[in-house]
Write a protein that binds this ligand. Structure first.
Ligand code: C2O
Length: 499
């Protein structure tokens, strides 16, 4: 792991994580990128240096710190053309932000085009040295991070969507179909100990059904928000960009056990494609031989259901306890008209001038902000409700809001609402059927233009996004970046003209 004051060298390097060599876009030349970690309260200063030369995978870049609120530092949020211009090759950009009131499991990824699918994705962990719940978890070890990734042998721009990933990588290793020998990650545990494990989906597309043969898990965190401990879970369905912490009791006989991540991707549903091989890793007890497990998976008896998760601290959702009971109530209708997605009739086309820069230059209203139709204004200090009917393409879509976590007052698959103790998180599946109406609530306490988008990266690139322009009138006075407009957009002159 690398600490809060660091740099990331973004490079094109050949890697072979699954028996096939391809060039990738990588932070410090590794996949996944190095774990960046720090403590609650830390100031992170991460200098991102663009040394890319492969045009097919974008020579420019930009990094988002997924789940970090960026309170008063919205300029450091990272999405290209929302809060900044991309970083040009040969240039660097210093992301400088403090994490005063968050601890948990996050990640970082390129937020330009489809670039993170080509490799630029890694874990970001914020520890709380004074964790008030440490006794509750009672773990002996909190160092295990498990990333789940879909991996493709072609550059993302050349993939015909939907397309099956060629492999699933756990902690950067996997086996393509037919490969039974490539190295797999080993997670070592000692019998009798309790482990906090942090599971991160750094997926571009599929969700995963995650299991550990012979072991149950106790869920304690979702997307950087503590949950009431939920024990006895034998399968975690985790969507692109979601995270969970669970406690694992190493209470089974000394041996080797398969850790499995079974991918479900859009092509399974829409194109009848063959799914990629299951992602595999090995849970190895100290004392067990260094060999592959021979354990078998059993059908799940107690899968994780989102509605059974409850926020641990101040769990009540903001606003009044009925649908439409917020100060601002928005309905987002998602549609698909090949090859583009539409939100309330508008497909998201990245503006030439990043939304934040438009705001800093004095454009404050959704009517005037580009891209027109894709920007919503949110007033300060209000409760917002967003309801999002499901069913587009008949598959679940993980919707992520920047700048906030939100209470999920209605989860996919549910018809009822929970205002009393819903889970809080930053990425939620909106479900796959038209009867789904996933509904979220949050308070506007964080000025900035916050992206809200499907985290299936191919869908984001096809316009499945809007910007929530929160408290635009205060943004220029309190959120101006500590650098000049021009240096924020070093390649501004090189960008195509906008009408
Ligand atoms: Cu992870 Cu926009 O994101």
């Amino acid at each position: 792991a690398i600490g809060p004051i660091t740099s990331l060298d973004i490079v094109n390097v050949d890697i072979n994580p699954d028996g096939f060599t391809r060039q990738a876009v990588l932070a410090d030349g590794v996949f996944p990128g190095p774990i960046i970690s720090g403590n609650k309260g830390d100031n992170f200063q991460i200098d991102v240096i663009d040394n890319l030369y492969n045009h097919t995978m974008n020579k420019t870049t930009s990094i988002h710190w997924h789940g970090i609120f960026q309170h008063r530092t919205n300029w450091a949020d990272g999405p290209a053309f929302v809060t900044q211009c991309p970083i040009a090759p040969g240039d660097s950009f210093l992301y400088d932000f403090t994490v005063p009131d968050q601890a948990g499991t996050f990640w970082y990824h390129s937020h330009e085009g489809l670039q993170y699918c080509d490799g630029l994705r890694g874990p970001f962990i914020v520890y709380d040295p004074n964790d008030p719940h440490a006794d509750l978890y009672d773990v002996d070890d909190d160092s295990t991070v498990i990333t789940l990734a879909d991996w493709y042998h072609l550059p993302a721009v050349e993939i015909q969507v939907p397309s099956s990933p060629d492999s699933v990588l756990i902690n950067g290793l996997g086996r393509q179909a037919g490969d039974n020998t490539s190295a797999l990650p080993v997670i070592t545990v000692e019998q009798g100990k309790r482990y906090r494990m942090r599971l991160i989906s750094i997926s571009c597309d599929p969700y995963f059904n995650f299991t550990i043969d012979g072991h149950n898990m106790t869920i304690i965190e979702a997307d950087g928000e503590n949950t009431e401990a939920l024990p006895g879970i034998d399968q975690i369905q985790i969507f692109a960009a979601q995270r969970y912490s669970f406690v694992l009791d190493a209470s089974q006989p000394v041996g080797n056990y398969w850790i499995r991540a079974v991918p479900e991707f859009t092509g399974n549903a829409t194109a009848g494609q063959v799914p990629p091989p299951t992602g595999l890793a090995i849970l190895r007890y100290v004392g067990a031989p260094a060999e592959d497990p021979d354990t078998t998976s059993t059908p799940s008896a107690n899968p994780l259901l989102e509605q059974n998760l409850h926020a641990l601290e101040s769990p009540a959702a903001p606003g009044l306890p009925f649908p439409g009971g917020a100060d601002v109530n928005l309905l987002l209708n998602f549609t698909f008209d090949a090859p583009l997605f539409y939100v309330n009739g508008y497909t998201f086309i990245p503006p030439t001038v990043p939304v934040l820069l438009q705001i800093l230059h004095g454009t404050y209203t959704a009517q005037e902000l580009m891209p027109k139709g894709s920007v919503y204004s949110l007033p300060p200090n209000k409760t917002v409700e967003i309801s999002m009917p499901g069913g587009v393409l008949g598959i679940p879509h993980p919707l992520h809001l920047h700048g906030h976590s939100f209470s999920v007052v209605r989860s996919a698959g549910e018809s009822g609402y929970n205002y009393v103790n819903p889970v809080r998180r930053d990425t939620v599946s909106i479900g796959s059927t038209q009867s789904d109406n996933v509904t979220i609530r949050f308070d506007t306490n964080n000025p900035g233009p916050w992206f809200l988008h499907c985290h299936i990266d191919f869908h984001l690139a096809a316009g499945f996004a809007v910007v929530m322009a929160e408290d635009t009138y205060d943004t220029p006075t309190v959120d101006a970046p500590p650098i000049s407009w021009d240096s924020l957009c070093p390649i501004y002159d090189a960008l195509p003209e906008q009408d």
